[in-house]
Design a binder for this molecule. Structure first.
Ligand code: PLP
Length: 389
């Protein structure tokens, strides 16, 4: 029996985990000052790129001796240029507990074919045993596992006096979670996540020890131009001053500046983190009183505030076989989409069937509150056959 949907829905139904919803009040007019049709290497263009770097540094509280650059190919480009440029000098531990960490493990094992690479793994919902990480080796990890909604709780497990480098994919954490810079030698992110920017550009932060490695180690494999961070054995400092390796989109740059200005206006990093935490809190309150759903993350300390991943736990769902579970979860997401109540709420394609709500700082808490009754409705529809196709 179909039931009536809630009377009203979120004002903005966009809950995708990337590209993420743009900041409240965004309109195309935000791009009016873009440096268009001019060289990005002219003084004005380079100044815009340098401004993205400077304002990002300030907002994130990056230490003054860290480099920050804009690099090609989004977060994947930034992570892979770090892996290809730095790994192989010593053994490496790759932590993998969901799709992205596993992709970096594939890079290390199957593509770079490192002789001394260990993968420390866990299944969706859990973190691997962080106590196994050896500080004499390099460590590659994802701060926030976007596809399982499991994040590392802090950096306490990273040794202060480590000899290896830590390489952290921080794309769905940066600007939404506290990052302990003294524990991160390399950190990467992209613009379309926590600040709701446009995709295609990656950010790469390097500690002095990461720079030292770049200048003292030569990889046994060739590096394509797009990955090259050094020139004649020295760091290519130009990249970290806004002279990008290849051509950036100056529309995306203008949009990144708009999102940074918004973040500054609302109170900087503490305000961004608070907005994301408030989003998780309303979901947690709803889960506490809703028997059919639970977090995919087992340990509350590891629950992501940005990519909030849910699994269904009622007997109806658990009695279904794997294919029927996947179909039911997908149908819930389709019903929400068709009703205009919530877009892109399906779990990531490699993750267990379920739902995922982006709760980053650009999402209004009121929109998540307005979404939750719709999840109850869509679940009821599919469970009772009203949403079946
Ligand atoms: C943790 C993580 N790493 C990497 C990526 C890939 O990012 P991009 O598409 O910016 O390369 C994503 C995208 O969702 C992600 O969440």
């Amino acid at each position: 029996m179909p039931t009536n949907p809630p009377a009203r829905g979120p004002r903005d139904p966009r809950f995708s985990s990337g590209p993420c919803v743009k900041r409240p009040g965004w309109a195309p007019a935000a791009l009016e000052g873009a440096w268009l049709g001019r060289s990005h290497r002219a003084v004005g263009g380079k100044a815009k790129l340098a401004e993205v770097i400077e304002r990002s540094r300030r907002l994130l509280g990056l230490p003054p001796d860290y480099r920050l650059g804009i690099v090609p190919a989004s977060d994947t480009g930034a992570v892979e240029m770090a892996l290809w440029s730095l790994l192989g000098a010593r053994g490496v531990d790759v932590l993998a507990w969901e799709s992205f960490g596993r992709a970096w493990a594939t890079d290390a094992l199957k593509h770079l074919r490192l002789a001394d690479a260990r993968v420390i793994e866990a299944d969706y919902g859990a973190l691997p045993d962080l106590g196994q990480v050896d500080p004499s080796r390099d460590t590659v990890f994802t701060w926030n596992g976007t596809t399982s909604g499991v994040r590392v709780p802090d950096g306490a497990w990273i040794a202060a006096g480590r000899a290896g480098l830590t390489i952290c994919d921080a794309t769905s954490a940066a600007f939404a979670m506290d990052l302990p810079w003294d524990k991160l030698d390399v950190a990467t992110w992209s613009w379309q996540k926590a600040l709701g920017g446009e995709a295609a550009h990656g950010m790469l932060a390097l500690s002095p020890r990461a720079v030292e490695r770049l200048e003292s180690y030569r990889t046994p494999w060739p590096l394509p131009k797009i990955f090259r961070l050094t020139k004649n054995g020295r760091l290519n400092e130009d990249i970290f001053r806004g002279a990008t390796i290849n051509t950036p989109s100056m529309l995306c740059v203008e949009d990144a500046l708009d999102s940074l200005a918004w973040a500054e206006e609302i109170g900087g990093l503490p305000a961004l983190i608070a907005r994301s935490e408030a989003n998780l809190a309303v979901v947690a309150d709803w889960i506490a009183k809703t028997p059919w759903v639970d977090f995919l993350a087992h340990d509350p300390a590891t629950r992501s505030t940005t990519s909030i991943c849910l699994r269904m736990v009622d007997p109806w769902f658990e009695a279904l076989d794997a294919a029927a579970r996947a179909a039911a979860a997908k149908r819930i997401a389709v019903l929400l989409d068709e009703a205009g109540a919530g877009y892109d709420l399906g779990a990531y394609r490699d993750a267990p069937p379920g739902l995922r709500i982006w709760g980053g700082p650009t999402v209004e808490t009121g929109d998540i509150e307005a979404l939750l009754p719709w999840l109850d409705w869509a679940h009821g529809e599919v469970k009772n056959g009203g949403g079946a196709r």
